[in-house]
Design a binder for this molecule. Structure first.
Ligand code: PLP
Length: 384
């Protein structure tokens, strides 16, 4: 590849770095479904490829785009967000102490408290929005990893990435950030001092609710990164080639999709703040939201497309509201072009930080007024 011209991130995404297939001159990238690659006559693999559980040329462009958007030294695609996150924890050693955010993706917390704890990790849950609590939890020499999610799903709790990076570094630990909700459009954790960024690429990166995928981006191509890539190969956590191709296509519209969805989320949040049928609106873009100041410092250009609304009328009121939507879709997941709504505490169970009256809302790219009117009529219908 010739030296890339200087491009802003939105241009990098739209053109997928501007790569052109050298053999066919195609602008849209080729898809290489091959599971295996030819060996040279003298038994070498000079192409650098041998088997697609290790690597496939379809990954190259998507990984290069992600590394560029996050300003990292390298990126790796995984079979899912969970597979990507697991690889980071499995790159620690049994006996290591790891600190995780209280508000985080529930399925990963369940894996950490179950499998990872049995495997030997000492997992400590900390409310990482409280920096003093995070500092107090660090055990210098023993803490290998701090894992934060910001904004945290589903209460949108905001952790200060730069401050968490300082605290982790001072104790000799790495900082990993689940930046699925923020997206590289609004936050670049590696620039703020994080060592690793994780994405559920199932969400905004792909954006069309039609693949399961994950990604990691590293600040440095160091030994730990080699370990993580080896875990991907050995555990078979690699992404399918068709999914990698779809992900690259999805990422071309990342900026306009995410900017529109974030503006819609702001409009929905502002409309329902102080609404008589609403207890609270949780959205980092609202100036009265507890994490707003930190969010404004580390999120540029928007506050994301995920929000939660606590309805009046407790759990019953929330579920009845979700039952009455016509345009919002009652489904799990987030970051797609269509708006989704979900009663979160019944999904997450007893350990959930989600109050029973909370509806998590992933805002899409529809007309904002349709979303507002539909949720308004659902709130009213739930009163009957
Ligand atoms: C969905 C999600 C995950 C898990 O990703 P999968 O692709 O479903 O495995 C992790 N973190 C966050 C914040 C998520 O929303």
């Amino acid at each position: 590849m010739a030296k890339e011209p200087d491009m802003k991130p939105a241009t990098v995404a739209a053109q997928a770095l501007g790569w052109i297939d050298e053999t066919t001159k195609s602008v849209a990238p080729p898809l290489y479904p091959s599971s295996t690659f030819i060996r040279d006559e003298d038994n070498q693999y000079r192409s650098g490829r041998n088997y697609s559980r290790a690597d496939n040329p379809t990954f190259d462009q998507a990984e290069a785009v992600l590394a560029s958007l996050e300003n990292g030294a390298g990126a790796a695609l995984f079979a899912s967000g969970m597979a990507a996150a697991n690889a980071v924890f499995l790159s620690c050693k049994p006996g290591d102490h790891v600190v995780i955010s209280r508000v985080m993706y529930w399925s990963l917390r369940a894996w950490l408290l179950g499998f990872a704890t049995q495997w030997g990790l000492k997992v400590e849950i900390v409310d990482t929005i409280d920096l003093a609590a995070l500092k107090a939890a660090m055990r210098p020499g023993k803490t290998a990893l701090v894992w934060i999610e910001t904004p945290g799903n589903p209460t949108l709790a905001v952790t200060d990435i730069a401050a968490a990076a300082e605290i982790a570094r001072a104790a000799g630990a790495r900082l990993a950030v689940d930046s699925t909700v923020a997206t590289p459009v609004f936050t670049r954790p590696l620039d703020l001092g994080a060592d690793i960024v994780m994405h559920s690429a199932t969400k905004s990166l792909n954006g069309h609710s039609d693949i399961i995928a994950g990604a990691l981006v590293t600040k440095r191509a160091d030994e730990q990164w080699e370990t993580i890539k080896r875990i991907r190969i050995q555990s078979g956590a690699v992404l399918g080639t068709f999914e990698a191709w779809l992900l690259l296509r999805g990422m071309r519209t990342l900026y306009p999709r995410v900017r529109t969805a974030s503006a819609n989320a702001m409009a929905v949040a502002q409309h329902f703040r102080g609404h008589p049928l609403v207890e609270d609106v949780l959205y980092p873009g609202l100036t009265n939201f507890p994490g707003h100041e930190v969010a404004a410092k580390q999120m540029q250009g928007g506050f994301g497309s995920l929000m939660s609304i606590r309805t009046r009328g407790g759990e019953r009121g929330a579920i009845a509201t979700a039952a009455n939507v016509r345009i919002w879709k009652r489904a799990t997941s987030l970051g797609g072009v269509e708006s989704l709504i979900e009663h979160r505490s019944s999904v997450e169970g007893p350990n959930s930080p989600a109050p029973p009256d909370l509806l998590r809302m992933s805002v899409g790219i529809e007309e904002a007024s349709d979303l507002i009117e539909d949720f308004e009529q659902a709130l009213k219908a739930a009163q009957r």
